[in-house]
Design a protein around this ligand. Sequence first.
Ligand SMILES: NC(=O)c1ccc[n+]([C@@H]2O[C@H](COP(=O)([O-])OP(=O)(O)OC[C@H]3O[C@@H](n4cnc5c(N)ncnc54)[C@H](OP(=O)(O)O)[C@@H]3O)[C@@H](O)[C@H]2O)c1
Length: 273
Amino acid sequence: MTDAGELRGKSVALIGAGNMGLALLEGWAAQDLLGAASIVEPQPSPRLQELCAAKGYALNGAAAPCDAVVLAVKPQAFDAGAAAASPFVARGAIVVSILAGKRIADLAARLPTQAVVRAMPNTPAAIGRGVTGAYASATTSAAQRALADALLSAVGGVEWVDDEALIDVVTAVSGSGPAYVFYFAECLAAAGAEAGLPAALAARLARATVEGAGELMRRQPETGPDELRRRVTSPGGTTAAALEVLEAPEDGLAALMRRAVAAAKRRAGELSG
Ligand SMILES: NC(=O)c1ccc[n+]([C@@H]2O[C@H](COP(=O)([O-])OP(=O)(O)OC[C@H]3O[C@@H](n4cnc5c(N)ncnc54)[C@H](OP(=O)(O)O)[C@@H]3O)[C@@H](O)[C@H]2O)c1
């Protein structure tokens, strides 16, 4: 269960404060629960410097043992990132990695702990509306996992999987998912322009439709998207005519999504080596 109180008084080190690392830090700072934070970032952005100054977080200071260490460098910088992280790992600390493709075995081999969580966030984390899929190594205790959950929850929902291989599927669904939704908006706009609307108007309509439909879904968590869809589909109406095309078994949206997710899952597996 998520409990922001897990963060109270805890010391956290963040290694790499680029897009995703900074989004996490913003979430922790907003909750104001951390006992102390140490950030390692070779090229601190003005926003990072401002946040560290405002909250008293140590930026590129000396390493001190922390309760949790979050690794948020690019996968290509894994070796240097793990070396930078290691001196911050206190006895009993949890390490949370958000590096795409780096397996628990890779992480545990480079870090002075076996208590490691592999997490896959997505970009709406930057506005506190992300969703993260996470997997904990077998040696991670319940308390360590709760701390990891609280850290990741600062930027959105957290879903735990009990098989590391499923992280590739999480990557294919929610990690890459925002791009699918953006592409859907592009395609809807292009189809509207082709059907006669001025391109800019079609783009505004498509964008507002995706935003509004997403918000409607968010506000009705108990209602499945299938039910929301049925409610706006009158028999024999215009929506039904379009859905007949989208639901075609061979080349409809379901078949396309199946192929798209399978391709992303395959690629995630290749990148994990
Ligand atoms: N963005 C996403 O949608 C997303 C989603 C899920 C997972 N992820 C994962 O999140 C990780 C970070 O992605 P990002 O988009 O936030 O990348 P990013 O913006 O490039 O951030 C990485 C940061 O780490 C810094 N860094 C590099 N080497 C370092 C070292 N040795 N010690 C400390 N900091 C170091 C980089 O500094 P320099 O610029 O100087 O190299 C950069 O500021 C990636 O592993 C990615 O797989 C990202």
